[in-house]
Structure formats: structure tokens, C-alpha cells
Design a protein around this ligand. Structure first.
Ligand SMILES: [Zn+2]
Length: 157
């Protein structure tokens, strides 16, 4: 797929050291629009939308922030902890507005699978269907996310 000038600019902003130290693309050589399109295929197959995933991540993040300190058990299914550090990050997709710097660690108690995400991950999934490139430290595999966040839906795959 040919890339638009805007996509090229966004790709440039995703390089290591521009917005974050490690960047957003990892070792992925695919154009941005292909990364997004491939993950969209996975979501289609599993019958879950990106906003649905983001909403679930936001819910767990919000709930965990109610904890006085450390992790809390949410809905009897997840142990979740959110760490907040100073500072804010812009969205690489040329959005106005800044995201807080948070890292949420979520363990699904039944399977023992642990995933972690940032506030920017939630924003990029919700608004851009972007789960980051392969090999990126905060790459989130849609299949794994769905398995953890929607355990009843995962068997559809
Ligand atoms: Zn954005």
C-alpha cells in the first residue's frame, strides 16, 4: 500500500528518540497502514472492535487507580496495578492533546497471562487502531489482548 505524506510524517514521529526513547515500531518493516490493516484483520476475525478493547483497558486502568498503593484485584479476575510518572506524551498521529505517562500491568488470574499497557496505548488503539509494531516494547498482540480482556470471546478464534 502506498503511504500518504501524513503517514510518512507519523512514521517519522514513531522512530526511536522522537516521542519515546524506544519508539513505536520495533523491528517492524511494514508500512504503518499495513501494520494497522493486519491487526484490523485479526480483530475482524475475533469479532471485537478496537474501541471495545480500549474501553476495557480504560476500565481496568481506572479501577486500578482507585487502589491506595500496589495492585488490586478487579472483578475477581484480574490483578492490576497502574504506575503514573510525571510528564505527558503527545500522540504520534499528529493529534492535539497529551496523554499521561502511565503503565498498567494486568495479570489475568485464570490463565496467568500478564500484559501491560500505557495511556498512550489505549488512545492509539481507540482512535487509530494501532497496537504498535512487532518488537516494540509496548506492542500489544490483539489476539493476546482479546484472550485476556474478553476470555469468553477468545474461543471464537
Ligand atoms: Zn491520536
Amino acid at each position: 500500500m502506498k503511504q500518504t505524506p501524513q503517514e510518512l510524517l507519523v512514521t517519522q514521529r514513531m522512530q526511536p528518540g522522537v516521542i519515546t526513547l524506544s519508539g513505536f515500531l520495533g523491528i517492524d518493516q511494514r508500512p504503518l497502514n499495513e501494520i494497522i490493516a493486519d491487526d484490523a484483520q485479526t480483530l475482524l476475525r475475533l469479532d471485537i472492535t478496537a474501541p471495545e478493547i480500549a474501553e476495557r483497558m480504560q476500565y481496568l486502568t481506572d479501577q486500578s487507580q482507585q487502589a491506595y498503593e500496589g495492585g488490586i484485584i478487579i472483578d475477581g479476575s484480574y490483578e492490576v496495578e497502574t504506575e503514573i510518572t510525571r510528564g505527558k506524551l503527545p500522540c504520534p498521529f499528529l493529534h492535539r492533546g497529551l496523554q499521561r505517562k502511565t503503565v498498567t500491568t494486568c495479570t489475568h488470574l485464570t490463565t496467568g497471562i500478564t500484559i501491560r499497557w500505557t495511556a498512550l496505548n489505549i488512545h492509539m488503539i481507540k482512535e487509530h487502531g494501532f497496537f504498535e509494531g512487532k518488537g516494540s516494547p509496548f506492542r500489544l498482540e490483539p489476539g493476546t489482548l482479546i484472550k485476556v480482556l474478553f476470555p469468553d470471546a477468545a474461543h471464537r478464534s
